[in-house]
Design a binder for this molecule. Structure first.
Ligand code: ASP
Length: 599
């Protein structure tokens, strides 16, 4: 190689060695006649000293060096003079006294600093991604990502999993999102689709007798991008035969625990991962991906509300709804305006209103509560005793604000869940170094889409019903629970999976509820249902996302910061200028004509 040693590796015991380093000019300082260069490669930085009296030729070359030039230096490692060591640098005990130097390549002045972690416009960073990736925080994230993926591979390899690639050019695999389509040149008018996930393929691998499969799989979904979504993203896709739900959950838990304890030991993990049923998660947190790093659990106050004189409460319960609330610590100090904004937040999410009860005063226990402490538009309808009861049930203290929603259960849970999440963030209730995973289990198999008056799969069409629920598939689809589970962590859904259907008759019953007729089943899922007739073993799996996991481990709050070449929020790639126009000749070959009239 053009170098003997990496720029991050030299220590005091290397003093006296002759080394050749190659890398980028990270920083240059001129001290009188001496020139100091920090040379950088992926591994770190080394200080190189150019002394005109020791090596006049090398010194002359170093005079030309500018930031980000690619250079090579040969010289002797020396302990730094006492008092000049740099403890903030892994190579801070030594320096290299240059004997020879040459320029391997020059560089234009970069559009932003590589050697400083300053805030840079993201579009600019993406346009010059190759420079952005040189910066230490991006480099560290890429290294972490590599280690995570390698850990996964090693862990699964040790347990007998085979990594098998599945095609990127495939047929539409309906999984709820829009497909990316690729026109076929040989079959004009026909299209490949990019896989939304390798779901059917991994199930076919189980029929093929692979038994334990995994893949670091790229998935493609053409959706409008919300925050922290990418049109293409990466999953650890895995599938096993002859397993039950518990096998997949414990394998996942073991993998995540060992991986995090090995790679990011500074993270605080709670073991074992709690298991919540979907019902419990919705009841307690108003969300199927609750952040468990803090409390603020929702309390059902419907029984209390029924007996009250407050019409907002009584009528909600009479109409078959619920009254639920939680206490937000320290929020009693919120101003009128801030409180109104919370009420608007609740309305925007479908609540008819939000009852706020601020318990103002010096923090203290509820025993001391008097009328003077209570600030609430509902205080006329609630006695001090009643407020104290609500306070006790929601675990409030003086200084807190109790937030209550009354209405249909689904909306009430949703609104309170979002309020809880929002306030958890605003009040910084979560410890950023903590990761609280949980498995959410026992999801319903189907959910009803009121607008289309149709049943959708909560997970996907290949999920099996829990034992004892098969009989309700046709008669009461909403009642059927699924062998389906989510891995959640810190308020994010990190992955979903299920034990699958593996026989044709049951699969067809499920397709029927989902509204597919025979022809559609044949067209979209024919390959799978036919395969089920050739000895398909019981099987199941999971597919945790890798991008969000890295965000969590690297404390990044932008998904683009954990992907080497991401797309912008608008789905574009500013570096390549994708999506881009193509030649008419290319379109002709594909038998395509553009017609924008409709758009
Ligand atoms: N293919 C599913 C998904 O992408 C995961 C699974 O069921 O294994 O969500």
């Amino acid at each position: 190689m053009l170098k003997t040693t990496s720029c991050g590796s030299l220590r005091s015991e290397d003093a006296g060695r002759s080394v050749t380093l190659a890398g980028w000019v990270h920083r240059r300082r001129d001290h009188g006649s001496l020139i100091f260069i920090d040379i950088r490669d992926r591994d770190g930085l080394t200080q190189v000293v150019f002394n005109p009296e020791v090596a006049p030729d090398a010194h002359a070359v170093a005079e030309s060096f500018r930031g980000e030039w690619v250079i090579r230096v040969t010289g002797e490692v020396q302990a730094r003079p006492q008092g000049t060591e740099n403890t903030g640098m892994s190579t801070g005990d030594i320096e290299v006294i240059a004997a020879e130097a040459d320029v391997l390549n020059e560089s234009l002045t970069p559009p932003f600093y590589i050697n400083e972690e300053t805030d840079v416009d993201e579009l600019l960073r993406m346009r010059y991604r190759y420079l952005d990736l040189r910066r230490s925080s991006m480099r560290d994230t890429m290294i972490l990502r590599h280690k995570v993926v390698k850990f996964m591979r090693d862990f699964l390899d040790e347990r007998g999993f085979l990594e098998i690639e599945t095609p990127i050019l495939i047929k539409s695999t309906p999984e709820g999102a829009r497909d990316y389509l690729v026109p076929s040149r040989q079959y004009p008018g026909s299209f490949y689709a990019l896989p939304q996930s390798p779901q059917q393929l991994k199930q076919l691998l189980m029929v093929a007798g692979v038994e334990k499969y995994f893949q670091i799989a790229r998935c493609f979904r053409d959706e409008d991008l919300r925050t922290n979504r990418q049109p293409e993203f990466t999953q650890l896709d895995l599938e096993m035969s002859f397993v039950e739900e518990e096998d997949i959950l414990s394998l996942t838990e073991q993998l995540y625990t060992e991986m995090i304890e090995t790679l990011t030991p500074e993270k605080k993990l709670t073991k074992p991962f709690p298991r919540l049923t979907y019902r419990e998660a919705m009841d307690k947190y108003g969300s199927d991906k609750p952040d468990l790093r803090y409390g603020m659990e929702l309390e059902d106050l419907s029984d209390f509300a029924r007996k009250s004189d407050f019409r907002v409460f009584t009528s909600a319960v009479q109409n078959g709804g619920v009254v639920k609330g939680f206490a937000a610590p320290g929020l009693a100090s919120y101003s009128r305006r801030q409180t109104d904004a919370l009420i608007q937040f609740a309305r925007d999410r479908g609540a008819t209103g939000l009852v706020t009860i601020a318990l103002q005063g010096e923090p203290g226990s509820l025993e001391e509560l008097t009328e003077d402490n209570i600030r609430s538009a509902a205080s006329r309808f609630l006695s001090v005793e009643q407020v104290r009861e609500i306070g006790e049930r929601t675990n409030a203290a003086i200084g807190d604000m109790i937030l209550i929603v009354a209405g249909p259960e689904k909306t009430t849970n949703l609104v309170l869940g979002e309020l809880r999440h929002e306030l958890g963030q605003r009040l910084e209730l979560a410890d950023p170094d903590e990761i609280k995973f949980a498995f959410v289990v026992d999801f319903p198999l189907f959910e009803h889409d009121e607008e289309r008056e149709a049943w959708d799969a909560v997970h996907h069409a290949f999920t099996s019903p829990k034992p004892g629920y098969e009989q309700y598939i046709e008669s009461d689809p909403g009642k059927v629970l699924a062998n389906c589970y989510d891995l959640v962590g810190n308020g994010e859904e990190l992955g979903s999976g299920s034990i699958r259907v593996h026989n044709r008759a049951l699969q067809e019953r499920i397709f029927k509820v989902l509204g597919y007729d025979e022809e559609q089943v044949e067209e979209r899922f024919g390959q799978l249902v036919h395969a089920f007739e050739y000895g398909a073993p019981p099987h199941g799996g999971i597919a945790p996302g890798i991008d969000r996991l890295i965000m969590m481990l690297a404390n990044r709050d932008n998904i683009r910061d954990v992907i080497a070449f991401p797309k912008t929020q608008n789905g574009t790639d500013p570096l390549f200028g994708a999506p881009g126009k193509v030649d008419v000749a290319q379109l002709d070959e594909l038998g395509l004509k553009l017609d924008f009239a409709k758009s």
